[in-house]
Design a protein around this ligand. Structure first.
Ligand SMILES: Nc1ncnc2c1ncn2[C@@H]1O[C@H](COP(=O)(O)OP(=O)(O)OP(=O)(O)O)[C@@H](O)[C@H]1O
Ligand SMILES: [Mg+2]
Length: 286
């Protein structure tokens, strides 16, 4: 690829402007929840993997937790299984769980590792078969039995820390294991929040398929305090998948993660924009 002198100058300027941020986050753990639009469009998948590989190369310690709602939906449709949602959480029967394990634990997890590799990053799979770092308990709902759906009770951080100190990028599928050795389907935002807390991460970044948190008129809320965020959770315009996302962002921030962000994964290089520039691309909990 040949570029013009002007383009070359732009690249040099951008790289140079990124220096203070690279220094700020050097050796720091940044947990990224990957999901929504960024995980379905192929050019966004590529730019996500490149961003993570670059972050790693300049000395940051990215950790990926991935979702996969739409992909699970598709696979269930193919298998002729219908599933229902209660408050953004899929009712998970035994046969649904089988599909969840295949889609999250195998297909998506492996695809991310492959994409990272293509861009020079070394991913390490933390799925339901390897390491089993997510200890969980069944989630109870007062009206309906959600089935094999869990809450995180504990994250085993030692395997993650070992992976990070061996220069791997952990890639975590949100499947937990309870005391009875049942696999449980867990919301990936909640897992990302707990992982960020367990690792005392510098940043938690939750990618999504909208511009960030919208208010009652659906205008972007670009910055909220912890206290305002807690109030917001009770508003009825925060619903579906945004509820666990906001809860995870608030809980992480409250428990020592320096900053939490809900960002627009439809924007190419959303993660780099968040990490390497002053401009945010979504909602920040400050
Ligand atoms: N106040 C709100 N502001 C923004 N989005 C909202 C709000 N309330 C509900 N939502 C919904 O939350 C959705 C994002 O959560 P969702 O769980 O669907 O996606 P994701 O978590 O990004 O991806 P995945 O669950 O596949 O990992 C948005 O697409 C939007 O429809
Ligand atoms: Mg979600």
């Amino acid at each position: 690829m040949t570029i013009t002198r002007k383009q070359a100058e732009n690249i040099a300027t951008v790289l140079s402007e990124g220096l203070p941020y690279i220094q700020k986050f050097y050796n720091k753990i940044i947990v990224v929840k990957y999901g929504g639009a960024a995980m379905t469009e192929s050019f966004l998948k590529e730019s996500f993997a490149r961003d993570i590989a670059l972050m790693k190369l300049v000395g940051m310690k990215p950790v990926i937790v991935h979702g996969g709602g739409p992909q699970i939906g598709e696979e269930l449709k193919k298998a002729g299984v219908t599933s229902e949602f209660i408050n953004g959480q899929r009712i998970t029967t035994k046969s649904t769980m089988k599909v969840v394990k295949k889609v999250l634990g195998k297909n998506i997890n492996k695809e991310i590792i492959k994409l990272l590799k293509k861009h020079g990053g070394h991913g390490l799979s933390f799925n339901h078969e390897e390491f089993k770092i997510i200890k969980a308990s069944k989630k109870h709902n007062k009206d309906v039995d959600l089935g094999y759906v869990g809450n995180v009770s504990r994250i085993l951080k030692t395997p993650l820390q070992k992976a990070l100190s061996s220069d791997y990028i952990p890639v975590i599928a949100p499947i937990g294991l309870n005391r009875k050795n049942d696999f449980l389907n867990i919301n990936a935002d909640s897992v990302a929040g707990k992982v960020a807390q367990a690792l005392r991460a510098e940043k938690l970044i939750l990618l999504t398929d909208v511009k960030g948190i919208g208010d009652s008129k659906n205008d972007l809320i670009s910055k909220i305090s912890l206290r305002k965020g807690q109030k917001l959770l009770k508003e009825d315009f925060i619903k579906g998948g945004m509820t666990p996302k906001l809860s995870a962002a608030l809980e992480a921030k409250k428990n020592g993660v320096k900053s939490s962000h809900i960002i627009d994964g439809r924007v190419p290089h959303a993660v780099l924009l968040e990490v390497l520039t002053e401009e945010g691309v979504g909602t920040m909990i400050s």
